[in-house]
Design a protein around this ligand. Structure first.
Ligand code: FAD
Length: 443
């Protein structure tokens, strides 16, 4: 690669912008291609605002380029879940034993804009908006883009696809027979609804992620800096109880009054939001390989999109960037070695969080409401306090550490095995003691 060569990053979303910053720091020139117009000058698509829970992995990546503080200025910390039952008062469940650790609610658009600003400020980075990748020759690195003025081409020695779950770069590799993929869509979709400020203040506790667990459906709400909440309703897309089943304003009002009774008084635009906001799809993307010939690579959602129930998609995409940077360090910037190493180090971790995210859907929509689950969380917090650093819950390891996701799964399995053995031993001892007492009583 010559000094004049430019690395191409396709997709100026969260991972793409962060990657451009990291590559520029390594001294590369970067061409960042984005299909959309500059989002900093446009308007947000209705019902697609998405606020993210940003946690330690994402923050760790942002700290490395000096952006964490700025991003956190727009974030709202959430220290736990507030569970809203159908009847009765909401109940708070802390995320950490001490109640101090928090995940952070932030608008995906605001985060993307902060990252775009950071990338655009670097002389090494050139951003081409309105450039939709529609063709890629993986052998030569020649890319074809559709732009408002017609098609255009560009060539790069390395092309990195950070173009999201529906990645065109992945599609091109698939089309050339160089990759296999599986797309597992859930039967569930999601729709955004809004709770505006109430009398100028938050209508709900802003220091919590609110959850309305309803078994086969679920709604969550995250706070925004303007004191509104963005709610996301997860529900099957088809069937008698699904997004498709509410055909009239009266049916919508009835449904929410029955299943989410505290929402309608707080959401005056509920019916309008419901009728006009789109239903998004949810799924898991797996593919392999993540790179071809050390010349074309995938990262972020393009390589491994996951369902959003652990709040980790963006955090994981950011962590990808940190790991790719580390691989370049370890391979002295030899891309042909670094890209396969990146896949080797990240693929198991991506699979681990994909599985944990799917399992967490059941936890969030169902288990969080059960007394057994609540007792289990209290036991876990007690163990964390009693064995600091030795017993750490899965949630803490995922959200408040950078322990590799695959290691989190292994460690949690080990912890549960030990706990199971201790519990079995305690039950056996108890049964023995009761048996001995009964025998003594008979004598
Ligand atoms: P994206 O952010 O999707 O960026 C891809 C970019 O590529 C976009 O700018 C797109 O316009 C561009 N692009 C696409 N195709 C082309 C093309 N052909 N040519 C050029 N450019 C192209 N994650 C969390 O960490 N925490 C959360 O709480 C969380 N909540 C979520 C809630 C919901 C409802 C959803 C849907 C997702 C959530 N996520 C969350 C996941 C998170 O949004 C994604 O994992 C993250 O955005 C992935 O970043 P990315 O850069 O890989 O892809």
């Amino acid at each position: 690669m010559t000094e004049r060569d430019e690395i191409a990053v396709v997709g100026a979303g969260l991972a793409g912008c962060l990657l451009a910053c990291f590559l520029a720091r390594r001294g590369y020139r970067v061409a960042l291609y984005e299909r959309r117009p500059d989002p900093r000058t446009g308007r947000v698509e209705r019902g697609r605002s998405i606020n993210l829970a940003l946690s330690e992995r994402g923050l760790d990546a942002l700290r490395r380029i000096g952006l964490a503080e700025q991003v956190m200025a727009d974030a709202l910390p959430m220290r736990g879940r507030m569970i809203h039952p159908v009847d009765g008062e909401p109940q708070f469940q802390s995320y950490s034993a001490a109640g101090t650790l928090a995940i952070n609610s932030i608008s995906r658009g605001a985060l993307n804009n902060a990252l775009l600003d950071a990338a655009a400020a670097l002389p090494e980075v050139r951003i081409a908006f309105d450039h939709r990748l529609v063709g890629l020759d993986p052998a030569t690195g020649e890319m074809t883009f559709e732009t408002p003025t017609g098609k255009t081409t560009a060539v790069a020695p390395v092309v990195l696809g950070a173009d999201g779950a529906g990645s065109a770069v992945r599609g091109q590799l698939l089309g050339h027979g160089l990759l296999t993929e599986s797309l597992d869509f859930l039967d569930y979709g999601y729709k955004e609804l809004t709770i505006p400020p109430l009398g100028g203040d938050f209508a709900l506790d802003p220091e919590a992620l609110h959850i309305w667990p309803r078994g086969t459906s679920m709604m969550i709400a995250l706070p925004n800096p303007d004191r509104s909440f963005t709610c996301t309703l997860f529900w099957p897309t088809h069937g008698t109880a699904s997004f498709a089943s509410l055909g009239s304003p009266a049916a919508i009002e009835r449904h929410f009054a029955t299943h989410y009774p505290d929402l309608p008084p707080l959401a005056p635009n509920l019916v309008d939001d419901y009728q006009h906001n789109p239903v998004g799809v949810l799924g898991t993307v797996r593919c392999t390989p993540w790179q071809v010939g050390g010349k074309v690579g995938l990262l972020g959602d393009a390589a491994h999109a996951i369902v959003p129930f652990y709040g980790q998609g963006a955090n994981c995409a950011f962590e990808d960037v940190v790991e790719l940077d580390r691989c370049l360090d370890d391979c002295a910037d030899d891309w042909a070695a670094a890209l396969p190493l990146f896949q080797q180090r990240r693929q198991d971790n991506a699979e681990a969080i994909a599985r944990m995210a799917l399992t967490n859907f059941v936890e969030m929509r169902d288990k969080v409401a059960s007394p057994v689950f609540q007792l289990w969380r209290r036991v876990e917090h007690a163990l964390e306090r009693a064995l600091p650093g030795r017993y750490v819950s899965q949630y803490e390891l995922v959200s408040f550490s950078t322990t590799p996701y695959a290691e989190v799964r292994r460690r949690v399995r080990r912890q549960h095995r030990v706990l199971g053995a201790v519990a079995a031993g305690a039950v056996a001892a108890l049964v023995g003691a009761v048996g001995a007492a009964v025998s003594r009583g008979r004598r």
